[in-house]
Design a protein around this ligand. Sequence first.
Ligand SMILES: NC(=O)c1ccc[n+]([C@@H]2O[C@H](COP(=O)([O-])OP(=O)(O)OC[C@H]3O[C@@H](n4cnc5c(N)ncnc54)[C@H](OP(=O)(O)O)[C@@H]3O)[C@@H](O)[C@H]2O)c1
Length: 258
Amino acid sequence: MSKSNPPRTILITGATGGIGGALAKVYAEPGNTLILQGRNAARLAELTALCETQGARVLTQVLDVCKLDELSGWLKEICQLEKVDLVIVNAGVNTNIGPEGKGERWEDVQNLIQVNVLAAMATVDAVLPSMRSCGDGQIALVSSLAAYFGLAVTPSYCASKAAIKAYGEALQGWLGPEGIRINVVMPGYVESQMCTDMPGPKPFLWSAEKAARYIKCGLARNQSRISFPFPLNLGTWFLAVLHPWISVRILRLLNYSG
Ligand SMILES: NC(=O)c1ccc[n+]([C@@H]2O[C@H](COP(=O)([O-])OP(=O)(O)OC[C@H]3O[C@@H](n4cnc5c(N)ncnc54)[C@H](OP(=O)(O)O)[C@@H]3O)[C@@H](O)[C@H]2O)c1
C-alpha cells in the first residue's frame, strides 16, 4: 500500500449520479481541477456551479460512454491537456429480473455490459498510456459488494461488477510495480437513483456523501479494496466463501430471490 501526494486533477465518470456527484463535491476545493462526465447536461451544469463555489476548477463532458470510440478519443485528448492524477471509473447502470421474475431484457443486459464493463475497461485503456509514461497515477474502479456472490434479482449487474473486481485486482498486480495505484471500490447500498430502482431489502444504507468521504479516505491511503459498510461487506464476503448451495438458500431466506 503506497501513498502519494493528494490528487490535484480528478476525473470522474458518472459524475451526474448519486455517488459520482458526491465524490465531485468532496474533491471540490481550491487548487483542484475536476473533470466531470455524465449524460445529463443540466445536472452537470448544476454540479459545476456548486464545485466552482467550493473553489475548484471544473471541466465537463457530456458523453454517452457506450460510444466507446468517442469516450476513448475524449479521454486521450484530456490526458494530453491535463496531468490527470486520479480517475474514478464510476458510471454504471443496473437491471433486474422484474417483480414477477420474468427476466432481464436482452437489450438492457447488452447496455449494462457496455457501460459497466466495456466502457470501464475502455476508460482504463485510454488513460493508462499517459500514466505509465510518467510512472504515476491512480485509477479507482467502482465495483460493488454484489461482486462477491451473484444475487438472483440482478444477474447481469452482479456479473459485471465481479468482472470489474477481477479486472482491478489483476491491474494491481500488473501496474503496481510501475507506480500506478489501482483501487477496487465495493459499495453496499448507497442512496442514489440506481439504489432506489433496485428491488429487495437495503440494509445498512449509506448516504452518498458518507460513501464519498469514505472512498476519498480509502483512496488517499491507497487501499487496494475499499469495501463498505463493514457488516454487509463481511456478510457478502462470507457468501462467496460458503458453498453456493448454502449461500443461495441464505439469500432466499433473506428475501433476495425476487
Ligand atoms: N448506489 C448503490 O447502492 C451502489 C452500490 C454498489 C455500487 N454502485 C455503483 O456506483 C456507481 C455509481 O452509481 P450510483 O449509485 O451513483 O447510480 P446513479 O445515481 O444512477 O448514477 C449512475 C451514473 O452513471 C452514468 N451513466 C449511466 N449510463 C451512462 C452512459 N451510457 N453514458 C454515460 N454515463 C452513464 C449516469 O449518467 P447520467 O445520469 O448523466 O445519464 C450517472 O452519472 C455505479 O457504478 C454503481 O454500479 C452503486
